[in-house]
Design a protein around this ligand. Structure first.
Ligand SMILES: NC(=O)c1ccc[n+]([C@@H]2O[C@H](COP(=O)([O-])OP(=O)(O)OC[C@H]3O[C@@H](n4cnc5c(N)ncnc54)[C@H](OP(=O)(O)O)[C@@H]3O)[C@@H](O)[C@H]2O)c1
Length: 211
């Protein structure tokens, strides 16, 4: 599968490394310094290609948004049409979101993104695990995969997201419609606070238990 990685920072590079190892082609883009795309693509090997945002999106079925949330509007402006694309919204924000009139924004980043990208098949996911877990030699904890929830309104897009999550050695769990991104984003803030504020560190991950 061809995947545009928009935001070649810590998370984007770790995703690119793991997905190329699984045979996917990745298109690296979204830095404010276009020279970084080539550097990161070289680092990731022959299945990674530097591109402009527009080229990366047009050559890919899947677009992983791994920029800062505040950089998303600019990325969308450069992307052109996202009609039919599976857009994985991996972003988090620790700041309360505001609507255009300055009032508190009740919707999640993912819902706001969906309203800004007509026709895109938005899936919220990959925002709930520290990139250090993806960058580590293994994702497994005592042989068990961390859970990665994904939510969205398009069943086929969620199935594609689930396969890409599985390719990262994480366990995909369907968390329902895109509206539930509100809870996945709040949950991610909890994970971040556990790791960074409450002292657990970043070598931790969450798992859904079943019986
Ligand atoms: N780090 C984690 O553990 C983790 C886990 C899950 C989700 N996330 C989310 O994933 C996204 C990326 O996180 P990260 O840790 O990979 O951050 P990062 O290393 O700072 O990467 C951010 C990327 O966005 C690009 N970017 C483009 N425009 C930007 C702008 N105006 N301001 C800042 N960056 C801009 C940066 O490129 P240039 O600086 O070269 O322009 C860089 O490639 C964030 O939304 C974060 O909340 C992070």
């Amino acid at each position: 599968m061809n995947i545009a990685i928009v935001g070649p920072g810590k998370l984007g590079r770790s995703l690119g490394k793991l997905w190329t190892q699984k045979g996917h082609e990745v298109f690296i883009t979204g830095s404010r310094d276009a020279g970084k795309h080539e550097v990161v693509a070289k680092e990731l090997g022959p299945r990674a290609h530097a591109a402009t945002v527009k080229e990366a999106v047009s050559r890919s079925e899947v677009v992983a948004l791994t920029t800062k949330w505040t950089a998303v509007p600019d990325a969308l402006a450069q992307a052109g049409s996202l009609e039919g694309k599976v857009v994985l919204d991996c972003t988090n924000t620790m700041s309360p979101r505001k609507a255009a009139d300055g009032s508190p924004e009740a919707r999640s980043c993912a819902e706001v993104l969906a309203s800004m990208a007509p026709g895109a098949r938005v899936v919220k996911t990959l925002n709930q695990v520290f990139e250090q877990i993806l960058a580590a030699d293994s994702r497994l904890f005592d042989g068990q995969r961390p859970t990665m929830f994904h939510c969205g309104d398009d069943a086929d897009a969620k199935a594609i997201a689930a396969r890409l999550i599985t390719d990262l050695d994480l366990e995909p769990v369907d968390a329902g419609p895109l509206e539930n991104a509100r809870y996945l984003e709040a949950y991610a803030v909890l994970v971040i606070r556990l790791g960074h504020t409450l002292g657990l560190g970043t070598n931790v991950a969450m798992r859904l238990m079943r019986r």
